[in-house]
Design a protein around this ligand. Structure first.
Ligand code: CP
Ligand code: NVA
Length: 338
């Protein structure tokens, strides 16, 4: 498999065997890391990390991952660079492409990450846009493979905002890998018909199925994986909260919902998750909405503390897998030996 020079902007651009290859490469890098085997295959190469939005996992996964591979890293945060203020994305791309071997971008517009890839001449990795979050899906699928041994045929239920970057990307990933994807959400939050049509075409070639369910109890029935994400994504206006809570409260992942799934089911979340009063958002939600929505008074939003802290929850393994999968993406795109 040769992915040298290839950007990762959305999984739509990847074949199922390429996705499987990256997951298996990540598994190998993870085993090497655990055994203390160094893999500084990219010594002398440089990567720049452009972040317009906050991050814990993605930034750290790129920083530690690229350092493990022997690279030098530059972080450019939401302030401090000229991009988007005094300089266009197109010009920034051409400048960075002269200095770096690879670029990571987290921001708002998918068109920006596409422009970076088009004009920089080096591989560009999408570390999250409003539309897609492809590196997260690779970590999620490595985690599923570790838990079940396979991906094809997995029954996957995604709860919450199914038209955000996670809903879109998980639907694409499931379609590519022959999994059974179910979006469990009110109809207004299902993915766009255009993306559903695209994914259905892919599904016809892989054996995947896509279904859409409004009933939160029925949605979990016979699932291997119950997955959810925050109800309001980065970059959405504050005013969305009240509407989203009203729409999604019945879709909160509780023990009752988990009990509808198979006994062997796992709970997943890309994180960050709101399940306690230990965050500003949790506290604010408790103050503003706790009276009308009882569990919000404890800061529990999209998932209860009981579920995320249960034995079925794999969220921290999943978070750790961000680094191994991101390393695989960088390595595969910068060498032809792997
Ligand atoms: N899951 C994820 O992308 O987390 P961060 O926002 O912390 O990077
Ligand atoms: N949908 C979330 C994902 C965070 C990793 C967001 O965009 O904020």
């Amino acid at each position: 498999m040769n992915l040298k020079g290839k950007s990762l902007l959305t999984l739509l651009d990847y074949k199922p065997e390429e996705i499987q290859y990256l997951i298996n490469l990540a598994k190998r890098l993870k085993e090497e890391k655990i055994q203390g085997i160094h893999h500084r295959y990219l010594e002398g190469k440089n990567i720049v990390l452009l972040f317009q939005k906050d991050s814990t996992r993605t930034r750290c996964a790129f920083e530690v991952g690229s350092t493990d591979l022997g690279m030098q890293t530059t972080y450019l945060g939401p302030t401090g660079s000229q991009m988007g203020k005094k300089e266009s994305v197109k010009d920034t791309a051409r400048v960075l492409g002269k200095m770096y071997d690879a670029i990571e971008f987290r921001g708002y517009r998918q068109s920006d990450v596409e422009a970076l890839a088009k004009y920089s001449g080096v591989p560009v990795y999408n570390g999250l846009t409003d539309e897609f979050h492809p590196t997260q899906i690779l970590a999620d699928f490595l985690t599923i493979q570790e838990n079940f041994g396979y991906l094809k045929g997995i029954k996957f239920a995604y709860y919450g905002d199914a038209r955000n970057n996670m809903g879109n990307s998980l639907m694409i990933g499931c379609a590519k890998m022959g999994m059974h994807f179910k979006a469990v959400a009110p109809k207004e939050l299902w993915p766009t018909q255009e993306l559903i049509d695209t994914c259905n075409l892919i599904a016809q070639t892989t054996g995947a199925t896509l279904t859409f369910e409004e009933d939160p109890m029925k949605g979990a029935k016979d699932s291997d994986v119950i997955y959810t994400d925050v109800w309001v994504s980065m970059g959405e206006p504050k005013e969305v909260w009240a509407k989203r809570i009203a729409e999604l409260y019945p879709y909160q992942i509780t023990k009752k919902i988990m009990n509808q799934a198979y006994k062997t089911a796992i709970f997943m979340h890309c994180l960050p998750a709101f399940h306690s009063l230990d965050t500003e958002v949790g506290k604010q939600a408790a103050l503003d909405f706790g009276k009308d929505y009882p569990s919000l008074a404890n800061g529990e939003l999209e998932v209860t503390d009981e579920v995320i802290e249960s034995n079925q929850s794999v969220v921290f393994e999943e978070a750790g897998n961000r680094m191994h999968t991101i390393k695989a993406v960088i390595l595969a795109s910068l060498t032809d030996d792997f």
